[in-house]
Design a protein around this ligand. Structure first.
Ligand code: C5P
Length: 220
């Protein structure tokens, strides 16, 4: 089967500050997006890597990607779900691994676990347990949530492409942000596999510094 990694990079990526969307900014000398692509391009079971970018980001993306083999760039949309839909319309049937551009490291074992799990499920996602207490509230606590029932869901998320296309059709407009929710709403079975701390999404300036330090120390 064809296994396509679909890297969604069409966000404005400016929560961390700065003018250039973070996915195109250099992390230890190479764009964040390029790190994410390389991690998946090097996996022996992945047959193609494609990238979804925002309209107007072509030049930034080409510069960030250099000679990486990601085929033609796909133009995404306003919401993440629009970007995933655009990606699904542009790729061949088989298996898709939807992945955030903001996660520069992807241990190959996670991809293996996902692909193995898909043999008996419609979808598979990497998850981690919650270490901190989870609570509701703002400046005052309004109850805690049983963290034993809670999971942190990461990407890549693996699906049979026809199932995910069907799930998005069922969801119509206003689909939830994450693919695994769209699948569940459509009544499809999504299983979990062990995630990895290295899959951490770079969101804050602190995340960025830590990732640079790890790359420089060649810890990753
Ligand atoms: O904003 P957030 O960190 O949740 O975005 C996760 C991923 O989805 C990022 O890689 C971002 O570029 C992508 N995205 C997208 N299209 C959008 C919004 C987000 O491809 N409209």
């Amino acid at each position: 089967t064809q296994v396509t990694a679909l890297i969604v990079a069409a966000g404005s990526g400016t929560r961390m500050g700065g003018e250039t969307p973070k996915q195109y900014r250099p992390l230890a000398g190479k764009a964040l997006l390029a790190h994410a692509c390389e991690a998946l391009l090097s996996h022996p079971r992945i047959t193609a890597v494609r990238v979804v970018i925002g309209g107007g980001q072509e030049e930034l993306a080409r510069k960030a990607l250099g000679s990486l083999d990601v085929g033609e760039l796909i133009i995404g949309g306003r919401e993440r779900a629009d970007s995933v839909r655009a990606g699904l319309a542009a790729i061949d049937d088989g298996i898709v691994l939807v992945h955030d551009a903001a996660r520069p490291f992807c241990p190959p074992e996670v991809v293996d676990r996902l692909l193995d799990a898909l043999e008996s499920a419609d979808g598979a996602v990497p998850v981690l347990a919650v270490a901190d207490t989870l609570a509701k509230g703002d400046r005052e606590l309004r109850g805690t949530v049983n963290r034993n029932q809670m999971l942190r869901v990461q990407t890549p998320q693996a699906f049979h492409i026809e199932d995910l296309r069907f799930a998005y059709d069922e969801a119509g407009s206003g689909a939830p942000t994450d693919e695994s929710s769209v699948m569940q709403h459509a009544g499809l079975k999504v299983v979990t596999v062990a995630g990895d701390e290295d899959l951490h999404k770079l969101t804050t300036a602190r995340d960025w510094e830590r990732a640079e330090m790890m790359l420089q120390a060649r810890m990753i």
